[in-house]
Design a protein around this ligand. Structure first.
Ligand code: NDP
Ligand code: 2IT
Length: 451
């Protein structure tokens, strides 16, 4: 049996109850086959694949907090520190009722390769909780965040592990967590990124994931002789990544006609009104029904058993599709619909939004497909720029950070393109990203001995 197959068997046996983690490992290891075959003896002897698929540590803890009625609530907190071969653990905190250990492990595993691709010195980690921020008062959010950080603070630090935002964790939550870290540890340091601008946050971090997604997408289609001007784009999600992806796409002359949340989706043939979307989602924290109510051209579709969340947006004819909500939201049937409608390009703003079968179908049908590890790396890259600014106790201008972000994303596109070509898989950007991300981490692991 090949080394890849042996380790895949082992990982399946050891993590049988974690489907998302197994999906992420299967996708990565399968695409690494040519690299592993070329170095089989060395990697086997050093158990590289066994080590890279086993987190350094997995921390799980109780998060008790008191709700507005005086009732004690208990959630489960997680931090998975996956690999720090090339830098301190780095990755977001997800607050969503679906969170479990397997989901945090899949995200932490992906983060190793994504962070490596940024070319910046950051290792892979992820955390979060099954806490649901929806419908909670600001006081309840603060109570949860303070309790969560009371435990998490024991395991993180500016040179150890630097968490950030993800689904359900934005500037408000990072602020509450930062305040609690400061109280407990008695120090002001860059232990979290995505901070507010008055206390060490970086300009352009809020926009970075969505903007970065578009910088990479633009480079990709430019290298295929096309431009963003006049392109029709469908986007899923209506959160941090989706909002700034839509904004940048519009700045580039494209038109985004959809967005979605967990209860419905919008088709707006005149183009999504980003300012209205920001008001509904960032300020009011409301549902997309409010967007539809305020805009004549918008058609709202409620999610139902027959119309799963996000699915509707893939039915709309487009040139480019950008899934920006959550994992496994673009299935094989959606991929077929996109191809039938003439979609040329899919770039993932979310982490693993496209299933393995859907990815294969898109690639086999000539769609330029870039996975989240490369396409959404602009968020964590800008987090690393925030860490640099914190270390030198300076803040850079918006233009400076944005220009660095753009340079990083263009560079990522060319690195993954080159890596795919080096192994005879031209145009397979999934393999290219996994190979380019893996090579740097493995070199560092080999240099550091058995650890
Ligand atoms: P937000 O919480 O800001 O927004 C998430 C959006 O997706 C919301 O519109 C939400 O709907 C929708 N959504 C979330 N979960 C589900 C679900 N299970 N079913 C249907 N819809 C859902 O998160 P982000 O925009 O930050 O994150 C989106 C994706 O991008 C995630 O995969 C995340 O891991 C990834 N990512 C985020 C980065 C960042 O910097 N923030 C960086 C790189 C990747 P609703 O409004 O109803 O909650
Ligand atoms: O998935 C991701 O890359 C993020 N949620 C951002 C992580 C970070 O540390 O900025």
């Amino acid at each position: 049996m090949s080394y890849v197959d042996e380790v895949l068997e082992l990982v399946k046996k050891k993590n049988a109850s974690e489907p998302e983690f197994l999906q992420a490992v299967t996708e990565v290891l399968n695409s690494l086959r040519p690299v592993v075959e070329a170095n089989e003896e060395l990697y086997r002897k050093n158990a590289i694949l066994e080590r890279i698929t086993e987190p350094d540590r997995q921390i799980m803890f109780r998060v008790p907090w008191v709700d507005d009625k005086g009732q004690v609530q208990v959630n489960r907190g997680f931090r998975v520190q996956f690999n720090n071969a090339i830098g301190p653990y780095k990755g977001g905190l997800r607050l969503h009722p679906s969170v479990n250990l397997g989901i945090i492990k899949f995200l932490g595993f992906e983060q190793i390769f994504k962070n490596s691709l940024t070319s910046l010195p950051i290792g892979g980690g992820k955390g979060g909780s099954d806490f649901d921020p929806k419908g909670k008062s600001d006081r309840e959010i603060m109570a949860f965040c303070q309790s969560f950080m009371t435990e998490l603070s024991k395991y993180i630090g500016a040179d150890v592990d630097v968490p950030a935002g993800d689904i359900g964790t934005g500037a408000r939550e990072i602020g509450f967590m930062f305040g609690q870290y400061k109280r407990i540890r008695g120090m002001f340091e860059g232990v979290l990124t995505g901070k507010g601008l008055t206390y060490g946050g970086s300009l352009a971090r809020t926009e970075a994931t969505g903007y970065g997604l578009l910088y990479l997408t633009e480079e990709l289609i430019k290298c295929h002789g096309e431009s963003m001007q006049g392109k029709t784009v469908v986007v899923s999600g209506a959160g941090n990544v989706a909002i700034y992806a839509i904004q940048k796409a519009h700045q580039m002359g494209a038109k985004c006609v959809t967005c979605s949340d967990s209860t419905g989706w919008i088709y707006d043939p005149e183009g999504i009104d980003v300012e209205l979307l920001k008001e509904v989602k960032e300020v009011k924290r409301a549902r997309l029904t409010e967007y539809a109510a305020a805009r004549k051209s918008a058609q709202y579709h409620e999610v139902s058993a027959a119309n799963r969340s996000g699915a509707g947006v893939w039915q709309i004819k487009c040139d480019i599709a950008l899934p920006c909500a959550t994992q496994n939201e673009l299935l094989l049937e959606d991929a077929k619909q996109l191809v039938a409608n003439g979609c040329k390009c899919v770039c993932e703003g979310a982490n693993m939004p496209t299933t393995i079968e859907a990815t294969k179908y898109l690639q086999q049908n000539g769609v330029w497909f870039v996975g989240g590890k490369a396409a959404n790396a602009g968020g964590v890259a800008t987090s690393a720029l925030e860490m640099s600014q914190n270390s030198e106790r300076l803040s850079w201008s918006f233009e400076e950070v944005d220009a660095k972000l753009q340079g990083i994303m263009v560079n990522i596109y060319h690195n993954i393109d080159d890596a795919a070509k080096r192994y005879g898989m031209e145009g397979n950007y999934v393999a290219g990203a996994n190979i380019a991300g893996f090579e740097k981490v493995v070199n560092a692991m080999l240099a550091q001995g058995v650890c």
